[in-house]
Design a protein. Structure first.
Length: 343
């Protein structure tokens, strides 16, 4: 960070991830803000040209965040950094530190930014269907399309972290230091989306429990054998990565007075694992995909709904996916993955 002049900016944490790549590219096209990318790993070269600053560091490092606080005028935070569900189960305490304490650090940064420049700071927070926890398959079938207030009983540390951070965001936005004499009101505008499984043609899967879907496609494209860790009949919601970016930007730009919630479901399509395999086998002649369920990971996926109800997002800010299942696979995933591996 060599430019010490404060300037209006969007801060993107976890910038190197699947979502960060697409988001930074789209935000750069709009050319309304300077983009500050932050990640624990060096920012990918193809992203650097879009960013005014690329910061390597941990969101748990107070000194690092103090430097960001002092050097930039931040009007929006996209907090994408997280330890995902599978990895979080192996290191739950570390996941809690990153996913919860890291989020608190960013919420405090946003509050202080608002206090400094006198304008509301938007805080965009990707949440997850991992916050849901259905007790068994019979209830999963019976539940149908699950609404935001249903079955908020996560069975993973990642799900617990995301659900708690949704509440933290609501607290910091509406009730922060509510008994203090100098209480800051209206400083934070917290907006969260509960994403389904996300599938990208551009970046590789990075440790999510729903990653069996993209892992099938990427393995098939490379002529690699793949043993899927869930049953063939498993069904959860999915979404193509461009729609995830589209949803975040659409919610960011929505008028605050039209929003009736701080947290929204979004969804697109809900194929079974077997149906995803069938598409991979059809498109990649050497695909070798079998099913070898891992009972523990299977139990996690079974606790997530087969479908979610996103009617509130559709009503409040006009959400509608641009990629249904046919377009997601036919125009985005299969062509993109084939191009990646030149199959």
């Amino acid at each position: 960070m060599t430019d010490h002049i404060r300037k209006p900016a969007i801060l993107i944490t976890g910038a190197n991830g699947e979502m960060g790549h697409g988001l930074i590219t789209r935000l750069a096209e709009e050319d309304q803000y300077h983009l500050i990318a932050l990640d624990v790993r060096p920012i990918d070269e193809e992203l650097q040209r879009y960013c005014s600053a690329c910061i390597v560091g941990d969101i748990l490092e107070q000194h690092l965040l103090e430097r960001v606080q002092s050097e930039y005028e931040i009007h929006c935070v996209y907090h994408l950094a997280a330890l995902l569900s599978t990895r979080a189960e192996f290191t739950p305490e570390a996941a809690h530190r990153v996913n919860v304490e890291g989020t608190i650090n960013l919420l405090k940064l946003a509050i202080e930014q608002s206090r400094w420049h006198g304008e509301t700071v938007k805080f965009m927070f990707p949440s997850s269907i991992a916050i849901y926890g259905l007790p068994d398959l019979a209830m999963k079938r019976q539940a149908g399309k699950v609404q935001e207030t249903d079955w908020n009983y996560p069975i993973t540390m990642y799900g617990c972290n995301k659900l708690y951070c949704e509440h933290l965001g609501r607290y910091y936005a509406a009730h922060y230091r509510q008994l203090a004499a100098d209480r800051l009101t209206g400083g934070l505008d917290f907006r969260s989306i509960r994403f389904p499984g996300l599938i990208s043609a551009i970046t590789l899967p990075s440790g999510g429990t729903s990653d069996y879907a993209p892992e099938m496609l990427h393995a098939a494209a490379q002529n690699k054998s793949y043993a899927c860790f869930v049953r063939e009949d498993v069904r959860i919601p999915f979404m193509a990565m461009p729609d995830a970016i589209h949803a975040l930007l659409k919610l960011q730009n929505a008028q605050a007075e039209k929003l009736t919630s701080t947290v929204y479901n979004v969804t697109s399509f809900s194929p079974s694992a077997g149906e995803i395999r069938a598409r991979a086998v059809k498109e990649f002649k050497n695909a070798d995909i079998t099913f070898k369920p891992d009972d523990k990971r299977q139990a996690i996926v079974d606790s997530w709904p087969a479908e979610v109800d996103d009617s509130q997002a559709r009503a409040d800010w006009g959400w509608a996916p641009e990629y249904d299942e046919e377009r997601a696979f036919g125009e985005y995933l299969i062509p993109g993955i084939k191009q990646r591996y030149r199959t």
